[in-house]
Ligand binder design. Structure first.
Ligand code: PMP
Length: 352
């Protein structure tokens, strides 16, 4: 063995337990495959691919389609392999050694993880006991640390909480650097920061095809931000990073917007049904604007409940050992049948 970079030695990496179960409600994917017609349309596009040629390096057609959907300029769109690679590219360009990145915990672990991998210093701001973000804490962290990049996840993962627009306005008014709003789940919520994106503001909004678009397997994500920022990201990302099949898959998916919106509506209705049913049990249920729900059993040990669910072939995310999330579990909204199985099981486990 040879020693790794000193600053990586202490890093643990990102883990998500995978167990072979019948009901998989642990990674916030869509429970549905892409709509009928998607696979055939994509196969037909793929049959015309010139495999001996590199793909369009700028992924222009895909960026143009995403831009049209959001009513922005294609130069304001950056695409990459999942929103994780979008986040990594942002951090390679705007974080790195000698720079500071702020997160408000608990939140999506990869923000801090990727920032540390780039060599940046991570400062963790704190959410309150109910996981809301106190404006005074935002001011304190920004004033004390003057970060180069600050993250806000809305809806937040794993808490599900939707940040109010005032919080984004506050960050834009007070942050000295880049503001990244991670909207991996925003289609399930009632507002988006996309309308705030403007050439005059250091704001980017990141999105993914992994959830709403039933395409976690394709690894496709993007951001909408000022064109001057996208130009900087293009310097950092590897040439031809987005393969031709993925570019086509993204474009074909966008032809099915109506089906996707129907799924979102169904998942939102299911989320609300699940939240109401869980509230009747001895469980703290946190308000969610996403396709998952954070819950904390009040009469039982969270880890033990997780294991009891696994024993019934149902997998949820065990957050009970994570900092600030003692006893908490996170359940992804699945199909109505999967949700019923989960609800019956947890009521049985909690003996109500
Ligand atoms: N942001 C958040 C808040 C997430 O929860 C996730 C997925 N767990 C991602 C980004 C990454 O998504 P992907 O790389 O699949 O686009």
């Amino acid at each position: 063995m040879i020693p790794v970079r000193d600053d990586l030695e202490a890093l643990e990496g990102y883990h998500s337990a995978q167990v072979d179960v019948e009901v998989r409600l642990n990674t916030n994917e869509s429970p549905f495959p892409p709509p009928p017609g998607f696979a055939d349309a994509l196969a037909s596009e793929i049959s015309r691919v010139a495999w001996n040629r590199y793909p369009d390096r700028a992924a222009f057609a895909l960026r143009a389609d995403i831009a049209a959907m959001h009513g922005v300029d294609p130069a304001q769109v950056f695409v990459a392999n999942g929103s994780n690679e979008v986040l990594q590219t942002i951090l390679l360009a705007y974080a790195g050694p000698g720079r500071t990145v702020v997160t408000f915990e608990p939140t999506y672990q990869m923000h801090a993880q990727i920032a540390r991998v780039t060599g940046a210093t991570v400062v963790e701001g704190e959410r309150g006991g109910d996981f809301t973000l106190d404006p005074a804490e935002v001011d304190r962290v920004l004033e004390e640390h003057q970060p180069h990049v600050v993250f806000l996840t809305s809806p937040n993962n794993p808490t599900g909480l939707v940040e109010p627009p005032e919080r984004v306005e506050q960050l834009l008014a007070s942050a000295p650097g880049l503001v990244v709003v991670d909207e991996a789940y925003s289609q399930f919520a009632d507002w988006s920061a996309l309308d705030m994106v403007d050439e005059s503001r250091p704001l980017v909004v990141t999105r993914t095809f992994s959830k709403t678009w039933s395409m976690a397997g394709a690894r496709l994500g993007y951001l909408v931000g000022p064109a001057w920022l996208v130009t900087e990201l293009d310097k950092v990302v590897l040439p031809y990073h987005l393969d031709v099949v993925k570019q086509l898959a993204g474009q074909v998916a966008l032809r099915f917007t109506e089906d996707m919106n129907d799924r979102v509506a169904l998942l939102v209705a299911e989320r609300d049904r699940m939240s109401a049913a869980l509230r009747a049990l001895p469980i703290d249920v946190f308000e969610s604007g996403a396709n998952f729900i954070l819950l904390r059993p009040t009469s039982a040990d969270g880890r033990a409940v997780w294991q009891d669910l696994v024993d019934r072939s149902i997998l949820v995310r065990d957050c009970s050992g994570w900092p600030r999330l003692a006893n908490c579990l996170r359940v992804t909204v699945g199909t109505p049948d999967e949700n019923d199985r989960f609800l019956t099981a947890i009521a049985d486990i909690l003996k109500v």
